[in-house]
Design a protein around this ligand. Structure first.
Ligand code: GDP
Ligand code: MG
Length: 292
């Protein structure tokens, strides 16, 4: 039996119904929720596991938030999302016609499959729905466009079927039935990433990479050692800060979140290293905890 797996990135304005769609897709099967592990590059909304497939749904927090008003940042975000995803879902709600042309251009130029979802059609009359479909099909002629109601599970199965068709053949990225320490390592690294982004909005690019070197559960606590890879010496100095003040601050924040997430005491050690080529495959694999 072939197995399919991949990342589905969902973007859309706040309130269009992304979380509701997740609930519709995952239902009782939600194996991992990560409301506590908000991340930047990915925020994993949920993972849908079946015997022959695994879909990792993520959204991109802040993509259209005022915080990321800066054009460049938004576009950088989209670029990243387009790189990381296997399938790209652009979600909007019926009646929403404003869009950012540069974002639309980026999405149109990707080689990834794109699915456009017009949500909340339960609020609209049939002729209006047809008109909206036509409008968005005009903007995204190459993409699949679905009119759905995430809340009422209308047409959501068709969307899932299409995602499954488009999903690449691959072994699963995460353990399929349990939260193993490999999965936990991933969340831990994403908590660190979040704290870095919160504390260093301007100076540190989205390109830090975090590798969890040790995740050891003892009787009293969990020992976690992690390395933060940056591209330049200057970034390293910024992260560490004067007399280590900065790293101490965000490490404490991260530790507190980890303790809450893991329901356990955590002893956290962080290291910062300069590495020009952290993007290579080894690191990418380590990041997902498959390095053993
Ligand atoms: P998100 O911010 O994109 O994650 O949006 P949410 O999933 O939190 O949904 C925002 C609001 O829209 C909630 O009140 C949902 O109940 C509502 N909503 C989501 N999908 C639908 C839908 O298909 N129809 C209607 N009428 N409301 C919806
Ligand atoms: Mg939401």
């Amino acid at each position: 039996m072939t197995h399919k797996a991949g990342f589905v990135n969902i973007i859309g304005n706040p309130n269009v119904g992304k979380s509701t769609l997740m609930n519709a897709f995952l239902g009782e099967k939600l194996s991992i929720t990560t409301s506590k592990a908000q991340t930047t590059r990915h925020r994993i909304m949920g993972i849908k596991n079946e015997e022959d497939y695994q879909i990792v749904f993520s959204d991109l927090p802040g993509i259209l938030d005022p915080h990321y008003k800066l054009q460049e940042k938004m576009l950088g975000f989209i670029n990243q999302a387009l790189q990381d995803a296997d399938i790209f879902v652009y979600m909007l709600e019926i009646g929403e016609r404003k869009y950012n042309e540069e974002i639309v251009e980026k999405i149109k130029n990707t080689k990834l499959p794109v699915i456009v979802l017009i949500n909340k059609i339960d609020k609209s009359a049939q002729d209006k729905i047809m008109e909206e479909m036509k409008y968005w099909k005009g903007i995204f002629p190459e993409s699949d466009v679905f009119a759905i109601s995430a809340l009422h599970h209308f047409n959501t199965q068709a969307v899932l079927d299409r995602i499954l068709e488009l999903l690449p053949e691959s072994p699963p990225y995460f353990p399929k039935d349990e939260m193993s320490d490999k999965t936990l390592r991933f969340f831990v690294s994403e908590i660190i990433r979040e704290k870095i982004l919160l504390n260093f909005k301007q100076e540190i690019p989205y390109s830090v990479e975090i590798v969890v070197d040790e995740f050891k559960e003892t009787a009293k606590l969990i020992r976690i050692k992690a390395t933060i890879f940056v591209a330049r010496d200057t970034q390293k100095s910024i992260l560490i800060g004067k007399e280590g003040q900065s790293i101490k601050k965000f490490a404490t924040q991260a530790r507190k979140d980890m303790e809450q997430f893991l329901s356990n005491k955590v002893f956290l050690e962080l290291f910062v290293k300069v590495s020009k080529n952290w993007r290579d495959n080894d690191l990418q694999l380590k990041r997902f905890g498959y390095e053993n």
